[in-house]
Design a protein around this ligand. Sequence first.
Ligand SMILES: Cc1cc2nc3c(=O)[nH]c(=O)nc-3n(C[C@H](O)[C@H](O)[C@H](O)COP(=O)(O)OP(=O)(O)OC[C@H]3O[C@@H](n4cnc5c(N)ncnc54)[C@H](O)[C@@H]3O)c2cc1C
Length: 409
Amino acid sequence: MSAHRVVVAGGGIGGLTAALSLGRRGFDVTVLERSSQFGEIGAGLQLAPNATRVLKSFGLLGDVLDVGVLPDRLVLADAATHEELTTVDVRRFDELFGGPYIVAHRGDVLAILLRACMAEPTIELLTGKAVVAVSEPDKGVVVAECSDGSTYAGNALVGADGLRSTVRTLVDRSEPICSGYVAYRGAVPTETVAARSGSRDVVAYIGHGLHFVQYPLRGGSFYNQVAVFRSERYRRGEAEWGTPDELDAAFAATSEKIRTALQAIDRSVNWPMYDRDPLPRWTHGRTVLLGDAAHPMLQYLAQGACQAIQDADCLGYSLADAVAAGRDVVDGFARYQQHRVGPASRTQRSARLWGDMWHSDGLVEILRNAYLRERDPDDLRHVAPFYALAETCSHSTQGRPSRAEPSPA
Ligand SMILES: Cc1cc2nc3c(=O)[nH]c(=O)nc-3n(C[C@H](O)[C@H](O)[C@H](O)COP(=O)(O)OP(=O)(O)OC[C@H]3O[C@@H](n4cnc5c(N)ncnc54)[C@H](O)[C@@H]3O)c2cc1C
């Protein structure tokens, strides 16, 4: 076994980006993916500058731009009246934050990462490998055991196995927290969406206990739609909740345009929304967590995958620097945690608040709308903390420092 072998459990966006970040820095990497093939669901993904900056540094931004769309604006609108409450012009984000705002099909992004990993002789990609246990049988060695009985040894192990991570149980045995909200989503051919918000905007229509997101994908030939609502049946403790009839009931008070657009959404599968409380520590011996395994968050800030990509970049340079200094590879965990736990935890907490703000009613809604209507579109204080280049993390990401003023979230 090479002295710098890393086993990655999970081949989603976080796991593959981690493999690339480590493999390109000279580590021998084995990715163990539970599914029979690497893949993502057929829906869109928003990639903010904190992620596109990393993809740029990996030389993958051009590939992502080829399959993605550069939106003009992020728009918050009222779900009943369509009144635009506030907008953020994202066209200057590359200049401001060192990376553009891109929307792309998840499958396309994963395929780009997969191709890049396959091009690295240092990276081994294995499917049908569900990690069921992790142990440290000998000094300096960590072993992943898979459900088929096979074992894979390394000097470090990365748990990138998502919300219901098996690896995380080494660090934390709590269950994910259910928000009582559920999402229906999917990317469909644009011509099948009778009611579109139009243009190149990412539009979120917000209302009481619900929101509806639309944006174009693949040069505008596809359209992504996400419908999210609070389930009354969940609140009443019913076992079956978030069903398509509840979706229609929840959106009954939204505009006709939204109700029409909803008809194009796939009702065969839904995603109950879970997160977890922030963890102060992501490591256990030679094992470290990354992405949703470390910090699953509600998706309202569209940051889960972006944070996973940032984790992967930071893990790569932290471990590489430890090795370059002649230290054990796992000595790099401390720096990784120091750089990433704070920002990711803040994003987890902010995503909950963001959802509460979007879904509010009564006095909070009145105050929210009054604030949003008055907001200067150039005031980026609410997004800068997530997108700006943190001084401490500037090691390998090539972005220019932000000219927007970051403030704590
Ligand atoms: C409705 C919705 C919209 C979202 N929109 C955005 C957005 O616009 N932008 C954004 O940045 N984020 C968004 N997110 C969040 C984003 O999808 C996640 O944060 C991101 O996918 C996490 O990546 P990951 O690789 O950490 O985990 P996952 O994507 O969950 O990948 C984990 C991988 O590990 C594998 N696995 C699981 N268990 C094992 C095991 N025991 N052994 C081996 N393999 C295993 C799984 O098969 C999977 O391939 C959204 C989420 C939702 C629900």
